[in-house]
Unconditional design. Sequence first.
Length: 104
Amino acid sequence: GYAQKEGIDFEESYAPVARLEAVRLFIAYAVHKSFTVYQMDVKTTFLYGPLKEEVYVNQPNGFVDPYHPDKVYRLKKALYGLKQAPKVWYDELSTFLVSKGFSK
């Protein structure tokens, strides 16, 4: 991600994030109303979103094809470290939640 240039390697990288004050307010309200709050963690989060841009990476050590050591890999899904990975994950999650009846 450190070598990526905006407008060339990716278009958008912004993904909305809840401010700490909003999270604290939500928790305080939930406690006040005796609500049960559930949370979850999605492991390998950034590996689910499909990339819109063409992104190529060098073959990582230990995974070099001995017959084609100079070839590169084209990524189909986002990868940790890509500038657009948070935005791609947000788009994927948002689409899923809307399809399940949630609204933005």
